[in-house]
Design a protein around this ligand. Structure first.
Ligand code: AMP
Ligand code: GLY
Length: 458
């Protein structure tokens, strides 16, 4: 699946060789970061691995919590710490840190590289209205849309009333997956517009709203490593955003994902590379912005071809859990080369077969989850794992209580992740593992992959 495309001659840094030992800081505290840390730990080059001060219990088993806060106001002390510990690679997981400019603040090439885009490049994710402008300027296929600011409430309502077709209403800024309302009725759309522009559900005012045509089809997540000049397409995943089996109920961060998805045929992947990734990275460059990190296109496969629903500028969660268990080769080298501008020399491939991640969630999720419940069953899951069909429980919202017991501390608690020869087998194994994880009120979806499994069966 991996494909390369050179976009220009210039390298970001003439930094061909990677040190034998690399001390790493991994920012972010959830399931995505646990999967990244798990794979980084397998690198022969990994030196000290420092993890987020708020890391979950799984991450804390793999690395040492950084004693410095990662908050922007602590950047001076954080930099001193990075220097003292000779940390030469910072890997940024969450979008909030990218929006805060963490990559800009901490990159000091060639001594210290940061995997993750600058604030300017990450705007693709934190400003949906701007992202739509970039997509339009680059002729990237996406849903038709109009943007309105908070001063244009009447015009926005007028626009919604003038549209007969179903609409999707999006708050422009980062909202942790909760800023999008897929509307069934015009009244719902109108209410959603009012909520965004009057800041009813949000902590900030002055928000813009993107009003989009509603697209239909299957959704896939295509992630690519981008070093500014080379784009390396990773195997495509399918996430399951809605909380309930059969794709019902409110959206979540993702209840499960599998990889690769057969929906992403070679033809689809070529299209996404040529018509989505390359023109987007080029359009940024025309704005004077170099994108470096992982570019994640959320796509709808419509009757008229793939269309971009959104861009994220980071690894997906739970897509990363499904990707990491199939990742072959040295993740640290791949991230380093992405940050150094030498991705064309990387060696990335995926094991054959399919992986599947099933999220085990806490009561209340995607609303306020119940926390503090003791988690049991993880050791038993370890025994399921075989060299042919590995099973890993990645931690999301977990912590240790004062008695040293593993307890729930977030909505998506564990990502039970398995690999097998087929999607059906991987899904069954991951679901079985997920059902062995026990805590009060635990729930999961047993139908991850069904959208294609039922199609394949018929
Ligand atoms: P986003 O955060 O923009 O990816 O939106 C979250 C979810 O809302 C997506 O994963 C889709 O399921 C849905 N969505 C977003 N935009 C559209 C659209 N234009 N048409 C249909 N569904 C959409
Ligand atoms: N799984 C969706 C996301 O990471 O945004």
């Amino acid at each position: 699946m991996a494909r390369l495309r050179d976009l220009s001659k210039a390298k970001l840094i003439a930094h061909e060789s990677i040190p034998n030992k690399v001390h790493v800081l991994l920012a972010g505290s959830g399931g995505r970061e646990h999967a990244l840390a798990w794979k980084l730990r397998q690198s022969p080059r990994i030196g000290n691995l420092w993890v987020d001060p708020s890391a979950n219990a799984g991450l804390r088993q793999l690395g040492t919590p950084c004693p410095q806060s990662l908050e922007p106001r602590n950047r001076f002390h954080l930099e001193r710490f990075l220097e003292k510990e000779s940390i030469s690679l910072v890997v940024i997981g969450p979008e909030t840190l990218l929006e805060q400019g963490m990559a800009d603040a901490l990159a000091k090439p060639p001594h210290r590289l940061v995997f993750g885009p600058t604030r300017a490049a990450a705007r693709l994710e934190w400003d949906k209205a701007w992202c739509k402008q970039i997509l339009r300027s680059a002729n990237v296929p996406t849903a038709d849309s109009r943007t309105f600011t908070s001063q244009q409430l009447d015009a926005a309502i007028h626009y919604v009333r003038s549209r007969a077709d179903p609409l999707v209403i999006k708050a422009s800024g980062l909202r942790a997956g909760k800023g999008v309302v897929v509307c069934d009725t015009p009244l719902q759309a109108e209410q959603a517009v009012v909520n965004v522009l009057q800041g009813k559900h949000l902590d900030s005012s002055g928000e813009s709203v993107v009003i989009e045509e509603r697209l239909h089809g299957q959704e896939i997540s295509v992630l690519a490593l981008v070093d500014g000049q080379t784009i390396w397409m990773l195997d495509a995943c399918q996430d399951h955003k809605q909380v309930g089996e059969g794709d019902v109920g409110p959206n979540t961060g993702g209840m499960g994902a599998y990889c690769p998805t057969p929906l992403a045929t070679d033809e689809v992947m070529r299209f996404v590379e040529r018509e989505v990734m390359v023109p987007t990275v080029d359009a940024l460059r025309r704005e004077g912005i170099t994108f470096q990190g992982v570019l994640y296109a959320g796509l709808m496969l419509t009757h008229s071809g793939p269309k971009v629903l959104e861009f994220n500028c980071r690894f997906g969660d739970p897509e990363t859990q499904a990707l990491m268990v199939r990742w072959q080769g040295d993740l640290l080298e791949a991230l380093w080369r992405t940050a150094a501008g030498t991705l064309d020399q990387a060696n990335i491939s995926f094991t054959s077969g399919t992986s599947c991640c099933v999220a085990v969630c806490a009561e209340g999720y995607p609303g306020k989850p119940r926390i503090g419940d003791v988690i049991e069953g993880l050791e038993a899951v370890d025994h399921l794992s075989t060299p042919e069909c590995p099973v890993v429980c990645f931690h999301g919202g977990t912590a240790k209580n004062s008695q040293g017991q593993l307890v729930t501390s977030g909505g998506r608690v564990i990502g039970a992740t398995a690999c097998a020869a087929t999607l059906q087998q991987a899904r069954d194994l991951a679901t079985h593992a997920a059902q062995m994880v026990r805590f009060h009120g635990a729930f999961l979806r047993r139908d991850i992959g069904n959208r294609v499994l039922t199609r394949l069966q018929s």
